[in-house]
Design a protein around this ligand. Structure first.
Ligand SMILES: [Zn+2]
Length: 305
């Protein structure tokens, strides 16, 4: 027992050491928070942006979740991903702008992708920080993926009229999975994963509509009980499974009634032209960001098991 424990600690330490060489010798401390950005001097531009986005977002992110004392978080801005791939034992098939390694309280930023998609840092960094803050608050208590990802998107402000429109289309087309399928993981196929993100956002915001101030108390209750479903039932008055089934129906009804309005009203032709224009414009921008995000999630669950 003792022996295996020691081995586990060593493996954990080795993983940390293996990751260290890519971290760089320069550092920026995010003022007021135990967050340190590590980088090589040649990556200073992206590192400064990562630190600035973090500094800007952390007061809000911690307040929304009720985090009073932040445990130290390291951010590595790197161009050599090899050490991380090896430390994560080759379980990282794709690469995104950034990903969170939960147990090591680490966010790794791919400097080249970040430089190409500079604007996406504004959403990707708060998204990954949200994951780390939630883990800090909940310890090892498992939360459903739809809750984790819905929360992160909400905290990162990753929603728009276009996302709403695309979710509506997906519901019409029967392309949205039932919420209960998003408890442990997301689907692999890209189109399905995108709809899973949108569904997660819709479920999270539906759950906290008009009572988002209750979020910190809810998270704390789930931690104290050691059970998300128990805290959920106490919060909503409905068992989790029942609520998820009700949500699926609610979503379907809501969007199908909107479909009827569009089909019968003069709104349709005006709205159609408008939406096509707006969607085309947003598609190009959003597609890349979402793609990066989905790849980022590769790292999210690696350390949970
Ligand atoms: Zn995520």
């Amino acid at each position: 027992m003792r022996r295996s424990l020691l081995l586990a600690v060593l493996v954990f330490a080795l993983a940390l050491v293996a990751a260290a060489p890519g971290a760089g010798s320069e550092r920026i401390e995010v003022p007021g928070y135990a967050v340190t950005v590590h980088y090589e001097a040649r990556h200073a531009r992206v590192a400064r942006r990562v630190a600035a986005v973090s500094e800007d977002a952390l007061p809000r992110l911690t307040r929304e979740l009720g985090v009073s004392t932040l445990e130290p978080i390291a951010m590595h801005v790197v161009d050599d991903l090899g050490p991380y791939r090896r430390a994560l034992q080759g379980e990282l098939p794709e690469w995104g702008v950034a990903f969170a390694v939960l147990r090591q309280r680490l966010i790794v930023v791919d400097v080249e992708r970040a430089a190409r998609a500079y604007g996406s840092l504004d959403e990707v960094i708060p998204h990954e920080l949200s994951h780390l803050l939630l883990v800090q608050l909940t310890g090892g208590v498992p939360f459903p993926v739809w809750f984790i990802e819905g929360l992160a998107q909400w905290q990162a402000g990753e929603w728009s009229l276009v996302e709403s429109w695309q979710l509506m289309n997906a519901v019409w087309g029967g392309e949205v999975p039932p919420l209960r399928h998003l408890l442990d993981q997301y689907p692999d196929a890209e189109a399905r994963a995108r709809n899973a993100y949108r569904l997660s956002y819709a479920a999270f915001t539906d759950l906290f509509e008009g009572r988002i101030d209750a979020l910190p108390a809810f998270v704390a209750d789930a931690r104290d009980r050691g059970s998300f479903p128990e805290a959920f039932a106490a919060f909503t008055g409905v068992p989790l499974g029942q609520w998820m089934a009700d949500f699926d129906q609610r979503l379907g009804r809501r969007y199908h009634s909107r479909l009827l309005v569009f089909q019968t009203g003069p709104l349709f032709s005006i709205a159609a032209v408008l939406f096509v224009f707006v969607i085309l414009r947003h598609q190009l921008r959003k597609r890349n960001r979402l793609k990066e995000l989905e790849r980022s999630e590769g790292g999210l669950f690696l350390d949970e098991g």
